[in-house]
Design a protein around this ligand. Structure first.
Ligand SMILES: [Mg+2]
Ligand SMILES: [Zn+2]
Length: 169
């Protein structure tokens, strides 16, 4: 059984200008590489869980999503940060799917794809729905990344990683 950290993508790993999908807009956020390297060194596996309603809204297509995903995964792998798999929800909010966060569908799919100890796994993201996802999927907890900070939140992924590592055995 592996411990996972489920990572939101936009606004958590990469700069989010809204419906981010162009490789030329790709930019890792400060603290992301450091935080992920610490999690990997501590034995966590990583997966990305991302709402991508821009696909369902027709702003960009699956091929554009995949090109951005491949670029991100390759860049992180080159830095010693393997991503086990990226999951995304392409649906609009009114589609009623079971994968759009805070629905737990993406994490539950990952638990079918890998041997995951969900109770020892975490979610990190920049929206309340990321923290709610952690609760709904039965994870150990969710860490909210907030630029302005606040109780129980982290300023960036490096701080989020430190919070997880301070709570994980
Ligand atoms: Mg986000
Ligand atoms: Zn969905």
């Amino acid at each position: 059984m592996k411990r996972f950290v489920f990572l939101d993508r936009d606004g958590t790993l990469v700069r989010d200008e809204g419906y981010t999908h162009r490789v030329e807009d790709y930019e890792l956020l400060p603290g992301a590489v450091e935080g992920l390297q610490r999690l990997v060194a501590a034995g966590f596996s990583l997966a990305i869980v991302s709402n991508q309603s821009g696909i369902g809204r027709g702003y960009f297509d699956e091929a554009a999503y995949e090109a951005f995903r491949d670029h991100l995964e390759r860049d992180l792998t080159d830095r010693g940060i393997p991503i086990e798999r990226s999951y995304h929800c392409p649906h609009t909010p009114d589609a009623g799917c079971d994968c759009r966060k805070p629905e737990p569908g993406m994490v539950l799919q990952a638990a079918r794809d890998f041997e995951i100890d969900l109770a020892a796994s975490w979610v990190v993201g920049d929206r309340d729905h990321d923290v709610e996802l952690a609760e709904r999927a039965g994870c150990a907890g969710g860490i909210l990344i907030e630029a302005k900070g606040g109780p129980g939140t982290a300023l960036d992924l490096a701080m989020a990683a430190d919070q997880i590592l301070s709570k994980a055995p």
